[in-house]
Design a protein around this ligand. Structure first.
Ligand SMILES: Cc1ncc(COP(=O)(O)O)c(C=O)c1O
Length: 378
């Protein structure tokens, strides 16, 4: 059987060897970037550092859920603004939500596609509000030539969705004067990082070698059971929907930082754009993707398609060996979906297809083939 086409890029053993740092792209080229264990920790820190505890923040009704949990855990109150069927924030609705207690606007750039930053900056300035850019899905992405995350008073990032690292988020504070710093994040448990890395490397063994790699992976897993049990005991999970206050002060491990800083951002951007365009040319139909084109500068996180029956579509794609993702079916429970019918539809319909840098033509053809089956049958 063909190996499964993963939704995230995988860590290859060569990427663990000491390598010189690549040219650091934004935001890694900023010396004031604070590296955290996860993006959610950066959201929490942004609220605390910008003094937003007790204040109201307006956030989009279309969200992951954990960023809202982090805002609330840090002490902010959240009101929701409308997002339309093309995943654009409705600025009129957003402005109508602003009340006397509102202190900040929280904007999410979906899958690398920018929200309209110029009018958002103008709105924030006019109403005396702070602007926070959530770039968890938009690492290395630009609005034309302006990096996403460079214009808000604060920006948060998540690395493991774009680069093959075991964990990693970051906070960038552009607000001036700089608010007083919080205590530096502490390193995460080494065993937890090692076990995430080992899992990823073993998986790439299987991807690279097929059946012999799978056998080697199983053999290595059986002799390292003891290590894995100890690692499980200190594991700090990645990619959950829950905000864990116990992990809020964790930073990035130096091993993860090394892998991250050695990643070739320009090559990642080039490949992701080419792969997105390949899928769009082969699958694009009016209304099927929320985005009609790939604007200059965008580093796409995935290719989104709308389907009528998500469960069935996901089952078909997975049966064809494509690890398609059920994108954001559930948000934070405090956002009432009855008020946001377009968001409700996005949650019911959007499936995420991979377009990451590890995929070559053969795998993309498999994605197209499986996705076509979904499109024609549902
Ligand atoms: C929009 C958005 N913001 C923030 C986060 C939090 O990122 P992390 O998983 O690194 O905590 C996520 C996670 O998926 C997200 O989708």
């Amino acid at each position: 059987m063909d190996t499964v086409i993963q939704s995230l890029p995988n860590l290859w053993p060569s990427q663990l060897l000491p390598r010189p740092w690549a040219e650091q792209a934004f935001p890694l080229n900023r010396s004031d970037l604070e590296l955290t264990y996860l993006g959610r920790n950066a959201v929490w820190r942004a609220v605390r550092q910008l003094g937003l505890a007790g204040a109201e923040v307006i956030a989009p009704a279309y969200h992951h859920g954990v960023e809202i949990a982090a805002l609330l855990a840090a002490g902010a109150r959240v009101r929701f603004a409308r997002v339309d069927a093309a995943m654009r924030l409705d600025l009129e609705h957003l402005e109508a939500q602003i009340g006397p207690e509102t202190r900040a606007l929280y904007v999410i750039h979906y899958a690398g596609f920018p929200q309209p930053m110029a009018p958002l900056q103008e709105l924030a300035r006019r109403r005396g509000l702070l602007l926070i850019e959530d770039c968890a899905l938009a690492l290395f992405s630009q609005d034309g030539s302006v990096p996403l995350g460079s214009r808000g008073d604060a920006a948060i990032f998540c690395f493991y969705k774009t680069v093959p690292v075991a964990h990693g988020g970051a906070l960038l504070l552009n607000a001036w004067p700089k608010p007083p710093p919080l205590p530096k994040p502490r390193p995460p448990p080494l065993l937890s990082t090692l076990s995430h890395l080992a899992g990823s490397v073993l998986f790439s063994l299987e991807l690279g070698l097929g059946a012999p790699g799978r056998a080697a992976r199983n053999a290595i897993k059986s002799v390292t059971r003891d290590f894995r049990q100890r690692a499980n005991a200190v594991d700090v999970p990645v990619g959950t929907q829950e905000f864990d206050p116990e992990a809020v002060d964790l930073g990035m491990s130096s091993l993860t930082e090394q892998v991250l800083r050695a990643a070739e951002a320009q090559e990642i951007i080039r490949r992701r754009r080419a792969n997105w365009l390949f899928l769009h040319q082969r699958l694009g139909e009016p209304g099927r993707s929320p985005w009609e084109e790939l604007p200059a500068g965008v580093c796409p996180l995935f290719y989104a398609i709308r389907v009528n029956d998500k469960d069935q579509a996901l089952a078909t794609l997975r049966a064809r060996g494509v690890d398609a993702v059920d994108f954001w079916r559930f948000g934070h429970p405090s956002a009432e979906l009855e008020r946001f019918p377009e968001v409700d539809a996005l949650r019911r319909q959007i499936v995420e297809l991979p377009c990451h840098q590890d995929l070559g033509t053969e795998q993309l053809e498999r994605v197209v083939h499986a996705a076509r089956e979904v499109i024609t049958s549902h």
